[in-house]
Design a protein around this ligand. Sequence first.
Ligand code: AHR
Length: 663
Amino acid sequence: MWEMWRQMCFWLLWLLLVVGWQKGAVVQGQLNQTLTWKVDAGHSGSLISPTLFGIFFEEINHAGGGGLWAELVNNRGFEAGGTNTPSNIAPWYPIGTKDQVWLETELSSCFERNPIALRIEVLCDENLNECGSGVGVANPGYWGMDIQAGEEYHVVFWLHSSGPITLLVAFTSSDGQTTLAQERLILDESSARDWGKQELFLKANETDHYARLSITSLKKGTIWLDQVSAMPVDTYKGHGFRPELAKMLEDMKPRFIRFPGGCYVEGGRLQNAWRWRESVGPWEERPGHFGDVWGYWSDDGIGYFEFLQLAEDLGALPVWVFNNGISHTDEVATGLIRPFVKDILDGIEFARGDITTQWGQLRSNMGHPDPFELYYIAIGNEDCGKRYYRDNYMVFFDAIKENYPDIKLITNCDGSWRQLDHPSDLYDFHIYTNANNLYSMAHQFDHVSREGPRAFVSEYAVTGRDAGTGSLLAALAEGAFMIGLELNSDLVAMASYAPLFVNNNDRRWNPDAIVFNSWQQYGTPSYWVQHFFKDSSGATLLPFSFESVNSTVPPLVASALRAHSGNPTFDYLVLKAVNFEGDPVQLKILLEGLPLNSIDASQSTITILSSSNVMDENSFSQPRKVLPNVRHFDSLESDLGVVLPPYSVLSLKLQLASLHAEI
Ligand code: AHR
């Protein structure tokens, strides 16, 4: 309650300041800085890279499995415990006592690449009333399954048994006391004898955010189970992505998506690195793997195909980062790298080859006969200093360029401070630092040589104490840094914040843009600051200057651009500024070369990201504490003015009616 009052007072005060200024009345005593912001709105400007702002998806913090990928079952093939049997099947657990049921893994699956199956020995007998309401096995998903009343779920599994069976397949509360949805599977002896696929649709009549899937029997006998999946029927664009999380990505309007890592691509050891080939084809045949850098098993439900599909669904270009034979601890010498190169060429064929090719055909069989638009590929992640990087890089580079000259290749070696000793289209640049540093890095690229490849700032964020688990302070510094990227977009072609997602139950990295659990999600201030840049990619940068009445110009980081609405009859002017100081700033905006009446006030907005405390964060209990506050102009009087609150990001989005006639 107190928090609500605090927020209300803050915004009320801010509103008073803004309204006061717009009505021409300077609020005395509150504002000690007045700035005239002169924007050359009639200038032809310079083009910002059309791919400037995108997103970086890494399988970290259970971002995919137990996150964006809507699969509810965790360890669906029982492979997470390794291929030696007996093995651990966590998080699966038995329903029933040790006198009623025994669970054990066996190398008896019908799937070649994931050989483990679960053997369920039902010891009790229904005729003797020994099995209660059923014994068997349960899966709690990723810290609970979100089961929603009225929603339908598609449950699939493979099984066979020693005799006829009647199984109860159900979503229940975690203690099994409440049944949310249930179906019965009855198989006679002949249809249960051999491995077979079973499919059921379960409709929930109650909601429980921490439910489990249970498969139980009342009859003595042996059942073998494998590859158990439970997916909500409703997923983003029908492609298996959790809708609310995917929508949060869509709302960012990303121009590209870099995937699937990060360190995840490298692996702590090469044998645990992500391999595209193991992640495609029917989901039940994917072996899954242990992501040893972030310390958890992945069923690889979200695989190479799904990442390419996600990019397409978001209207973003895929940027594939592949393992170049180098992990955190071991490396493939260049003399042995050829098979790895062949593997990557096959991967490109999978994405782009026509359906007569071996891998293009597999893509087509998976439901996408048209090639994906794969034009950007990164050779490794953060490996520049490693022993074999440069030599391995060149073998990959030559082979890819020879076969796909239109693919832009990205090196791990930072070309911002020296000339690269190898060819590349883009160089990768990562920065995690404190807020002051990142803020001052708004000028990082101002004096970098424009000779040679362009920059891909594929990972940046404020980390450490300044960031907490996602503070306003971090977002402000990131906003300033991003403005710096806009202003240097002749050099910086692409940029993405990192990491994107965190499942609150498995925080491996702080902070992140989007926080979620099995049923809730919210954006950190760092997520919301990204929204200020939705119109930037492909826009036109306009020259501007600041003039101060009292000769000292407050250190604002700002940009002005003309963005294209997609509608041929109007465009927008977008003016952004970050105030990283504790004083408000009065801004008087002069649009040179553009009469004020060419702005459609009713369609124009002022957006401000701020809060009463610069260390404020969002949370599950207060997901909207730090949110952009959007307001329409009622009218525009003779002046265009606005107050920039302390510690804030501002965006003025001005719709230019009949723009083409005016400019
Ligand atoms: O974004 C988290 C990690 O930071 C990435 O995996 C890695 O590339 C970087 O070191």
